[in-house]
Design a binder for this molecule. Sequence first.
Ligand code: XBP
Ligand code: MG
Length: 259
Amino acid sequence: MPNFKALIFDVDGTLADTERDAHRPAFNAAFAEAGLDWHWDVDRYGQLLKVTGGKERIATYIAEEGVQIDPSTDAADFIAGLHRAKTRHYVDLLEGGSIPLRPGVLRLLREARDAGIRLAIATTTTLENVSVLLDNAGEPGLRDWFEVIAAGDVVPLKKPAPDIFLLALAELGLDAADCVAVEDSDNGVRSALGAGLRALLVTVNAYTQEQDLREAPLVVDQLGEPDRPARALSGDLGGRSIVDLEVLDRMHRSVFAAI
Ligand code: XBP
Ligand code: MG
């Protein structure tokens, strides 16, 4: 039986590769619908990912490009309207079922659930977006596997601030030392560590593989499946070829034993 009680997952980039092929096209569709000539290609979007949160990302783009907004419109309302349209496009896209969970995600969730490990989410994106991802992941009822879904604008500050992980911990009623967090990015690592979640697994993706993730005790390319071994980029899989509860338990014990 693992020594930790809950797993807290990030969503975008961690549960699924949503950024490049779902969030990005949804932003572009919203811009086109609003008659804007903005287009975020894969590289530009990668730069903009330094800012978490869709509304915050649009505001950053406006500032960086020096875009002039009609002075008769309230900038926050304008951004919120674009973001609502973006969410609509995102939901449409995911309802089409085109974004699968990353390798090993369902396997690890199932193993944790069967072992009585509690499951939670701490994400910057909206509850609507989390729900549509989980509801279209090919596992009926998957959303209900998560006891806590902390998402979006419910906290004052988004990642890299620790607020959303602190909220997930409060809703679980657990100390950080009783949990393992799973993230994909440097902003997520800072957020989790800021909340005291030192037992932290990072599964990188194309947008985050070059980031400085040294503070995480274990970094892998993906969680792995029996026919698709996981590779440790830093830290130790202890000779195993997939990230399972045994790997996470060893990582958790070594992090908290070191205190
Ligand atoms: C995810 C994000 C999100 C999505 C867009 O960060 O930054 O902003 O890109 O979501 P993390 P919204 O994985 O660290 O939580 O447009 O719904 O904000
Ligand atoms: Mg992420």
